[in-house]
Design a protein around this ligand. Structure first.
Ligand code: KG4
Ligand code: ZN
Length: 360
């Protein structure tokens, strides 16, 4: 029985993930260690902690993957790794281990772009991609609108001019006194606000009605900060807390004011995306629209995009929840597409380097 596959490593920020994928794209075994708890009390990712965390966790990850009964390292056809973009410390750990594994097992090494991995994450475990499609990449580091004409054929036509949307979620949560990552916190509070009928704070929608495909989130973050100060919700001297602790500790008034900000922020993000996605579908005339990246896990964004696609008559695709955030399966998926196309992107292991910035 053959289950030839590739081993993939994804260390770019705070997720630490390894996966073995069969040549036909099925995930044979995978393990993701989410190290975000190491950054929670800082309200954002601390680069040095991320690098050291990856280094310390690698043994657990590799042992877990290698113990899998479904493959043996000898059967691997290649090893793929995230080369860019991301935090240099995290990337270096992944690239260095991948080079070592490629050398030890005498396999070719495939260097992959993290964003390209996100772009195809909606296809994992699904039928082969059909082109073209447009995608909104929404993560902690990026906010991009991309037309995908084929593998390695991408046109970026919109991007953030300041913070990424993930950063805006994380900073909003921090302003309100919550731990990192802030996206799931705001999402949960916004859902609670809807369930309890707490009205949203109305924030200004950045770049509304402008003739652009770009995004801007820093003004929204500042508006949240001013509102939080006025509403008595901003206490930077206090330790950041989890939603559970907040719900257990807060009085009804503070709770309602906080829920109202979270709902207002999340609904503003939804309005921003609604405008850009509508423009994109109308301008590109594609038949398929994707969302991907950590923020694609957001309940309001998923719901809105699905409804919008239906209204505008296009196919909508978003990754399974476990493939929204960073994961190694998406790195394997794109590496496999490259192999199938015949461009192995095989790097001589000793010349491959981690690149913190995207190539373009
Ligand atoms: O793609 P990702 O895992 O890592 C990067 O490549 O950056 O994205 C992480 C981002 C963080 O900013 C996190 O707060 C956000 O995704 N995120 C969410 C949700 N879950 C994660 N944002 C909004 N709603 C969520 N449910
Ligand atoms: Zn990512």
């Amino acid at each position: 029985r053959s289950c030839a596959g590739e081993y993939h490593i994804e260390f770019n920020g705070v997720c630490h993930s390894g996966c073995v994928m069969a040549y036909h794209g099925r995930v044979l075994t995978e393990k993701t260690l989410n190290l975000s708890y190491q950054h929670s009390k800082f309200g954002g990712v601390v680069p040095e902690i991320a690098g050291r965390g990856h280094l310390a966790a690698f043994k657990e990850l590799l042992t877990n993957i290698l113990q899998s009964p479904v493959f043996s390292p000898k059967q691997l056809q290649a090893i793929a790794v995230t080369r860019s973009p991301g935090l240099i410390g995290s990337l270096l750990v992944g690239v260095t281990y991948a080079k070592t594994l490629a050398w030890v097992y005498e396999k070719p090494l495939i260097a992959v772009d993290h964003i390209e991995g996100h772009l195809f994450s909606g296809f994992i475990g699904q039928p082969a991609p059909r082109f073209p499609f447009s995608a909104l990449v929404i993560s902690g580091g990026h906010t991009l609108l991309v037309n995908v004409e084929g593998v390695n054929q991408y046109t970026v036509f919109g991007r953030t001019t300041d913070d990424s949307v993930g950063e805006a979620f994380d900073k909003t949560a921090k302003i309100l006194g919550f731990v990192y990552p802030g996206g799931p916190v705001i999402d949960r509070l916004a859902v609670l606000a809807c369930e309890r009928g707490i009205p949203p704070v109305k924030f200004p929608v950045p770049l509304r009605g402008r003739d652009t495909f770009d995004f801007s989130f820093s003004g929204l973050k500042t508006a949240v900060l001013y509102h939080a100060k006025d509403a008595g919700l901003y206490h930077p001297e206090r330790e950041l807390i989890t939603v559970e602790d907040f719900l257990a500790q807060s009085d009804t008034d503070i709770l309602n004011r906080t829920l109202s900000v979270a709902r207002g922020f999340q609904e503003t993000i939804a309005v921003i995306f609604e405008e850009r996605i509508t423009q994109t579908i109308r301008a590109s005339r594609v038949k398929e629209f994707h969302i991907c990246g950590g923020v694609a896990a957001n309940s309001a964004v998923r719901k809105l995009t699905a409804q919008l696609a239906e209204r505008l008559g296009v196919n909508f695709r978003c990754p399974e929840m476990k493939y929204c955030g960073d994961n190694a399966a998406m790195i394997g998926y794109i590496a496999r597409l490259y192999m199938q196309k015949g461009f192995m992107l095989t790097e001589t292991p000793d010349i491959l380097n981690a690149e913190p910035s995207a190539a373009g």
